[in-house]
Structure formats: C-alpha cells, structure tokens
Design a protein around this ligand. Structure first.
Ligand code: NI
Length: 178
C-alpha cells in the first residue's frame, strides 16, 4: 500500500495537459492504479486524477458507495478511466458544491453539464462508454478537468460561492482536511 502525497493548487504539475496512456495492462499501470486507490481512500476522496500525484497521464479513478466528504450524495460506480473524452448531451448546466483534494479546506459552487456521455478505456484497453447525470456526471467532469490542467475554481462563475468547508458545512465529518 502506497499513499502518495497529493499536490496542492499552485503546483505547476496540476496545470499540465496530461499525456495519453499508450501501454495497457502492464504491471506499472496496475501498480499506479493501486496506489491511486490507496491515496484516494486515505484522503476519503470521491475521485483522483493521476496529475494530482504528479503523474503526467490521462488516468482518473472515481467511485464510492458512501463518502464522508459528500455524505448526501448517491453512490458512483468504482471506475478506472484512461484517455477519457466527455460529450455533453444537452446544454443544461447545473450548479453544485464541489471540493478537491488539491484545494484542501474549500468548497465552491461550480456549473457543470447536467447530462454527459463519457468514453475512455479501462486498464486492459477495453472501451468504457456511459451516459450519466447527477453527481456521477459532476465527478467525471471534475476529474477529467485535472487532465487538462483545470481545477474547479477556474470553472466557477461566481467567486462569492467559494468558501471554507468548515464554515459552509460545519457539520461535515473531517471537514478540516479536504
Ligand atoms: Ni479534484
């Protein structure tokens, strides 16, 4: 089990456009994915992107059955997604509160597409394609933004809706380290 340090906003490695994964089903890829799950679970994250641990690859993981940082959110299937492409399925945009392990202690209201299709590859190189909405769609858009060097504050349109988790959600468990 290897829990990696999660890079924080301000680190230039979070601003890169990540490189596509080209080698599938390799021991190195499986080891990286295992480390990412260890790191995400240790931080109680809903998702994690490889650039957040300094790895310059188009690789995201996400999913949970219950998440202490988002206790009112429905489950999202545990997924490993490589080289993802997101297509909005309508113009509808919804605002929702987001946090990020690379932006600890803060939450912001972020506009996201309500309905998306995402397509990518699993660790064996097999296609994953899903049409999703709700928090699942938010998580995918948030994680895939890490692959193009975007953190959620850069998606916000109203910065009055950015604040400390401990102030906005004082009842949230572990709200001081997210
Ligand atoms: Ni994030």
């Amino acid at each position: 089990m290897t829990v990696h340090e999660i890079l924080k906003m301000g680190d230039p490695r979070l601003l890169r456009v990540a490189q596509p994964v080209r080698a599938f089903d390799t021991p190195a890829l499986h080891a990286l994915i295992a480390d990412m799950f260890d790191t995400m679970e240790a931080a109680q994250g809903a998702g994690l992107a490889a650039p957040q641990i300094g790895v310059d690859l188009q690789l995201v993981i996400f999913g949970f059955t219950h998440n202490a940082r988002y206790p009112d959110r429905p489950p999202v299937p545990r997924t490993v997604l490589l080289n993802p492409v997101i297509t909005p399925l309508s113009d509808e945009v919804v605002d929702g509160w987001e946090g990020c392990l690379s932006v600890p202690g803060l939450r912001g209201r972020v506009p996201r597409f309500a309905h998306i299709r995402y397509r990518g590859l699993d660790p064996a190189g097999q296609v994953i394609e899903r049409e999703v909405d709700g928090f699942h769609a938010v998580v995918v858009q948030h994680e895939c933004d890490h692959l193009i060097g975007r953190l959620y504050p850069t998606r916000m349109t109203d910065l009055t809706q950015l604040g400390f988790t401990s102030v906005l959600f004082p009842d949230l468990v572990d709200n001081d380290d997210d």
